[in-house]
Design a protein around this ligand. Sequence first.
Ligand code: ATP
Length: 309
Amino acid sequence: MSAPIAPVPAGVRVRVPAKINLTLKVGAPRPDGFHPLATVYQAVSLFDEVIASWDDPGQFSIVHSGEGAGEVPVDDRNLAVRAAKLLAERHGDGLPLGVALSIHKAIPVAGGLAGGSSNGAAALLACATLWALDLSDEQLLVLAAELGSDVPFALVGGTALGSGRGEQVAPVLGRGSYHWVLGFGRKGLSTPAVYRTYDDLQPHAPPPEVSDELMAALRSGDAERLGPALDNDLQPAALRLQPQLRQTLETGLEYGALGAVVSGSGPTVAFLVRSEAAAVDLCVALTADGVVRTARTVTGPVSGARLLP
Ligand code: ATP
């Protein structure tokens, strides 16, 4: 383990993407309370930025700006803070480490886009770099899996199969790039509440498995084929908790989306479209219709957490 290098005055900047789930299959809860998942993640071009700067030893502070900044906890519940502390504890080797984290959020909070998890992944990379800890990708992935189910994927990015409780990720061989519109809800959805509702609706869920059709669609790179294969077992639970999401999904399809799916535990809806022009049109239509708070055009796949110059 190398000693920390001289402080980096301007801080280390890491950009990290949101994820959507192209499919999310959920089994019955395991004895440890987690649900077994089979999912295909895709990282999309909606990014939070995490800046890590030196602070006094033992200090782990955090500030936020941007989308939903006021709703994010600034104590040990914050995944970026937990990531920094976990890294210091496991790999700090008794060194006098501290960090001031600053996060600029574009990913809506509690949106089903793994904003918190992505911030945890970005903080791991930013702090490891700031503190000059010589960690391999594998070591970072181990810490990421400990922090949360969606954290390892945020390091890896691209399109990946997630298994276990989502923390085991393997790249998916696929082609091409896809155009998406993300429709943001007016209120967030609590992930534990969505899972509880799922268990009520589906008390005997079978072991989760990704469909062959979705994998074939990804191999073909054909958006027309991928659209109808999008699928989320948690969608009925999200619709039960936010019934207006049904209208959001229907409106997008009426305006020509190739497919529409609630991302993760929602309430963000991901619409797959043919082209950049179609994405802009759908964005305008959804916003004008008032079915979403706001909408964004994005593309995927993009890479996972990356250091910025
Ligand atoms: P999940 O990954 O569980 O699907 P999500 O994508 O729906 O979550 P997040 O944006 O990760 O939503 O927020 C879920 C909760 O995580 C928030 O309500 C917030 O209390 C907590 N949280 C902790 N750290 C962060 C962070 N850095 N950014 C946003 N939320 C955070």
